[in-house]
Design a binder for this molecule. Structure first.
Ligand code: MG
Ligand code: ZN
Length: 197
């Protein structure tokens, strides 16, 4: 299903529309944690939260009914780290989020290479959204927000009819709106000022 999406940079989501029926989908690298240039986060000690992310997720967890992470991790397909390594990283990430008062209900990941014929889950393919729907049948994609820093995140969300937020330095995007960080978007969306550290 491909929905025509016109350029809607200023289509900001209204806080008053959003309640616990809504679901938040977050990309991981470049949204929650720092991206590592020309490499992957292969272990817990290479995983570094971006500024303000823990506070942002804590605030957003009070608003959205469910918070998911959807992440492409082809480093597994390349044999650079294992699913066990990834699960350890995610367990640690979830613990830190919970210690800060937030929640991540589930982490969905695609371990496949880009050209793997069995893969239906590497974003922009919708497989991870379908996995989420299977586990949480109450999800409505038209009451969902996808926040990511790649075009594949935005295409994934747009194709499912989600509200999309592109973290980018570019001034144009196919996303519903553009921002510079999860922290920035959260403070605008909730109209609050809170500490970045
Ligand atoms: Mg990313
Ligand atoms: Zn996949």
């Amino acid at each position: 299903m491909i929905l025509p999406k016109i350029f809607m940079k200023h289509n900001k989501l209204n806080r008053n529309e959003v309640n616990s029926d809504w679901t938040l989908f977050l990309d991981r690298d470049g949204v929650i944690n720092k991206k590592i240039d020309h490499d992957y986060v292969r272990s817990i000690n290479r995983f570094e939260f971006l500024d303000g992310v823990l506070q942002s997720i804590a605030e957003l967890s009070k608003v959205f009914g469910r918070v998911f992470v959807v992440t492409n991790q082809r480093g597994i397909g390349r044999g650079l780290f294992t699913i066990e390594d990834l699960k350890a990283i995610h367990k640690n990430m979830i613990n830190e989020v919970e210690a800060s008062g937030g929640k991540i209900d589930h982490v969905f990941f695609c371990p496949h290479l880009a050209d793997d014929p069995i893969c239906d889950c590497r974003k922009p393919k919708p497989g991870m959204a379908h996995q989420a729907l299977k586990l949480y049948p109450e999800i409505q994609f038209d009451k969902a927000v996808m926040i990511g820093d790649s075009m594949s995140d935005i295409q994934f969300g747009n194709a499912l009819g989600m509200h999309t937020v592109h973290i980018t330095k570019a001034d144009e995007s196919q996303a519903s709106e553009i921002t510079s960080s999860l922290f920035k978007w959260t403070s605008n969306f909730l109209n609050i000022e809170f500490s970045q550290d």
